[in-house]
Design a protein around this ligand. Structure first.
Ligand SMILES: Cc1cc2nc3c(=O)[nH]c(=O)nc-3n(C[C@H](O)[C@H](O)[C@H](O)COP(=O)(O)OP(=O)(O)OC[C@H]3O[C@@H](n4cnc5c(N)ncnc54)[C@H](O)[C@@H]3O)c2cc1C
Length: 458
């Protein structure tokens, strides 16, 4: 990168917010996947005007700009595969307003998800999207990836809570897209264009987010199964019968053992699978909902159902669920975390296909995920320094994508496409859909400045 660009960036932001030493560039070269691409320079703007000025400058010099929240992404979205500017949004971290009367919050893109959830909670309201990375991820990253989470089965995912966005477009102009409150609808809802666009169409700087009433009560249950297939059939059977819990998380035996080894949470290590289920609502409906859940679990083969009797018991179970990632990381250093998702009626078939794939390629695969959404997370626990194993991993991942698409599913339920799944995107969109995606990108970002090498530009 020309020294002149660095000089101009320092003039724009101040020296302390522009980093071009090798050690800084290395720190911003990776996310939660396993490959790294260093940017030429890292910048940390403190306002939307600064973001706009950086993007404009990048356009003048034809330099790529890759937005970065907390870099917890699992598809390589925030790594600058073609170098250029890493645009870190974590200084835009103000919760501007929580408007209880209109059930809307206004937040900047760099706010940590959990900080926002806690602030909303304190105001007596509820923001349901709950990615397992919420302690670290940012609202901007959640929007750009359309993050999901355990509560998706009842409450939906990030897109269901985005009303409107402030966005810096690739030419450096600043727009407000979408709506600021529920009943506003002046023109098409093209704020949605930026949800799930992975920083390829615009940089989100501020969001108007829908809030809902806080549930009065909740109940957590743990259903234990002797067969993974029975647990999978319970998920689709329960929802088909009209019982929609708040969360419906599945863990197979290898996941249970990994977490137990890591956390000693008292999980049933002899079980072939467990379902972690939560129901919420008003105090009166909770026990009825819990009864329906227990009935469905027994009907489909649960051997035991434990009911968390105190909030501490419930927290313990959720701590176990949230510990899956570090627990698996302890087994093998390279954790390939996929989120190929199928219609929930196909979960039993998908689980069978996943087990066959793991066996065929002789790989250690744990299966867990937001089963209520059909969003399974097969994680292959491998070592990137073992090249033979990594070749088998690549073949297994391809087969896993094919299996999901054969069953009417998708390459990604929530982690996005990034650069890692981009080579397979055509399998899902078809040639025509892919070409339309490329035209859209070219129309919004003709120079291809924003996050090149991702989605339709890989
Ligand atoms: C342990 C673990 C658990 C996880 N659990 C879940 C889960 O339950 N559900 C789920 O959905 N995901 C999950 N993820 C994946 C990840 O946390 C989400 O994708 C999250 O939304 C990424 O947020 P981030 O701030 O880290 O974004 P980053 O990783 O920094 O960026 C992700 C993408 O968004 C773009 N981007 C970031 N900020 C902006 C912005 N302001 N404007 C435009 N583009 C932007 C980046 O360019 C990139 O393409 C998990 C990850 C880990 C490591």
């Amino acid at each position: 990168m020309e020294q002149q660009v660095i000089t101009e960036l320092k003039q724009l932001l101040g020296r302390q917010y522009v980093m071009d030493r090798l050690e800084d560039r290395i720190c911003y070269s990776f996310d939660a996947t396993f490959r790294d691409f260093p940017p030429d320079v890292v910048v940390k703007p403190g306002s939307v005007e600064e973001v706009a000025a950086i993007v404009k400058l990048a356009g003048q010099y034809n330099i790529p700009v890759t937005a970065r929240g907390a870099a917890t992404g699992l598809s390589g979205g925030s790594v600058p595969v073609r170098g250029g500017i890493s645009l870190v949004l974590t200084r835009l971290n103000r919760i501007i307003e929580i408007d209880a009367a209109n059930r809307v919050a206004v937040v900047e893109a760099g706010v940590i998800t959990e900080d926002f959830v806690n602030a909303v909670n304190k105001a007596g309201l509820f923001y349901p999207p709950d990615p397992a990375s919420a302690k670290t991820s940012t609202i901007g990253g959640n929007i750009a990836e359309c993050a999901g989470g355990p509560r998706g089965v009842k409450y939906g995912i990030t897109r269901d809570y985005v009303l409107g966005l402030e966005v810096v477009l690739p030419d450096g102009s600043i727009i407000e897209a979408g709506n600021r409150f529920d009943s506003e609808m002046a023109g098409p809802d093209w704020g949605m264009l930026f949800v799930g666009s992975e920083g390829t169409l615009g940089i989100v700087t501020k969001a108007y987010l829908r809030l809902v009433d806080k549930p009065q009560a909740k109940q957590t249950l743990l259903a234990i199964f002797n067969s993974l297939d029975d647990a999978a059939r319970t998920v689709s059977g329960m929802i088909a019968a009209g019982t929609i819990p708040t969360t419906l998380e599945i863990m197979d035996n290898q996941t249970i053992c990994a977490v137990e080894d890591y956390l000693q949470a008292g999980l049933p290590v002899k079980a072939e699978a467990i379902l972690l289920i939560e129901v919420d609502g008003n105090a009166v409906s909770i026990s009825t909902q819990a009864e329906h859940v227990m009935k469905a679990c027994r009907q489909w083969g649960a051997t035991e159902i434990q009911v968390a009797s105190t909030p501490a018991d419930s927290d313990k179970l959720w701590r176990a669920r949230k510990a899956i990632s570090p627990a698996c990381g302890k087994i093998n250093p390279t954790k390939i975390s996929e989120d190929a998702t199928v219609p929930r009626s196909q979960i039993p078939a998908m689980v069978r296909r996943l087990r066959e794939i793991a066996q065929k390629y002789d790989l250690k695969m744990v299966i867990f995920g937001h089963a209520g959404d059909g969003n399974l997370h097969p994680n292959i626990l491998s070592n990137k320094h073992n090249h033979q194993e990594m070749e088998r991993v690549e073949q297994a991942v391809e087969e896993l994508f094919k299996a999901a698409l054969d069953l009417g599913g998708t390459l990604s339920g929530e982690h996005g496409i990034g650069y890692m799944k981009a080579p397979f995107l055509k399998w899902e969109t078809g040639e025509t859909g892919f070409a339309a995606g490329q035209k859209l990108k070219a129309a919004v970002d003709p120079q291809g400045v924003l996050n090149p090498g991702k989605l339709f530009t890989a």
